[in-house]
Design a protein around this ligand. Structure first.
Ligand code: NDP
Length: 274
């Protein structure tokens, strides 16, 4: 019988994860079934319990359950403990292992797929929500020169900077406090692009050979990437590569095999364009 995996979320109908993992399984010869499961907003725990009882081996977790998954895990990876959120669960007997592959996915997309090394770079991270928190430790592990976290609510950015100050050079402030500074990499980890909104970013923050990276992806250019282009950012990328890479990392956690993301990413990109 095939091993069973799923992604829990609410909403979940438009998740690309089942197609991504089916492609990974086919390419690596792994015998598994991966499906999308809608959990009620107040029904995450029963949904996971029912899945385990049905023989489920592992699950991805997306909005809004990542913090609940963190609390549910009986053992956490270091990166999940740092992130305070879990996007990957593995079930083994009575153990529920919680991991977070979002940061590794982002770093691999930037360094490997986009060929942009992070060592010595000045990084601006926009946003102080769950996605931002999940990528800070993996970014700092690449030894950038500095990391500045800017958020609409500056106090939340300060809390994050404080939480990671023991592992790297992290500062924080409002968007306007980034004025007068210039960055080699600017990552949009806010959800502003979801609602089509532009961020009030000060001019001059994009260094001439800067990479502007929006975790958001979709058809066409996001407002953040349009702004980055207008302000002269040489390289621009959306978060589709991060999506594929975090999935590949989860697949590796479960199966011990790392699938190539090249074909999956090309396929996702082609489907987005239509
Ligand atoms: P959260 O809701 O936890 O955080 C949202 C953040 O966006 C907060 O910092 C919030 O600021 C800020 N924000 C929201 N609206 C605006 C606005 N209009 N102007 C300025 N700031 C705003 O969301 P997540 O951290 O979970 O997700 C953030 C983004 O990352 C989403 O677009 C999500 O789709 C994407 N993502 C992509 C992944 C991928 O694989 N590509 C993986 C995970 C996330 P404040 O604190 O002031 O409210």
């Amino acid at each position: 019988m095939s091993d069973l995996y799923c992604v829990f979320g609410n909403p979940i109908a438009h998740s690309k994860s089942p197609a991504i993992h089916a492609a990974f399984a086919g390419a690596t010869g792994q015998d598994l079934i991966y499906e999308a499961r809608l959990a009620a907003i107040d029904g995450f725990l029963p949904a996971v319990s029912a899945f385990i009882a049905a023989g489920g081996k592992g699950a991805n977790v997306t909005v809004p359950f990542k913090e609940e998954a963190y609390r549910l895990a009986t053992r956490l990876s270091d990166r999940a403990a740092r992130a305070g959120a879990v996007n990957t669960l593995a079930f083994n007997g009575s153990e529920i292992f919680g991991d977070n592959t979002d940061g590794a996915g982002l770093v691999r997309d930037i360094t490997h797929n986009l060929g942009f090394p992070l060592a010595g770079k000045r990084i601006l991270l926009l946003g102080a929500g769950g996605a931002s928190r999940g990528v800070i430790a993996p970014l700092l592990a690449e030894k950038p020169a500095s990391l500045f976290i800017a958020n609409r609510s500056a106090d939340k950015a300060a809390v994050l900077a404080h939480a990671f100050a023991d592992i790297g050079m992290v500062n924080a402030g409002s968007f306007s406090e980034a004025a007068g500074k210039s960055f080699d990499l600017v990552i949009n980890a806010t959800s502003a692009s979801l609602s089509g909104e532009s961020l009030p970013l000060p001019p001059g923050i994009f260094a001439p050979d800067c990479l502007a990276y929006d975790m958001m992806y979709g058809k066409g250019e996001t407002p953040f990437l349009a702004l980055a282009r207008a302000q002269g950012a040489a390289m621009r990328a959306d978060g589709l590569g991060m999506l594929a890479e975090q999935a590949a990392e989860a697949f590796f956690v479960w199966r011990g095999v790392r699938p190539s993301t090249r074909e999956v990413l090309a396929d996702l990109r082609a489907k987005l364009a239509t």
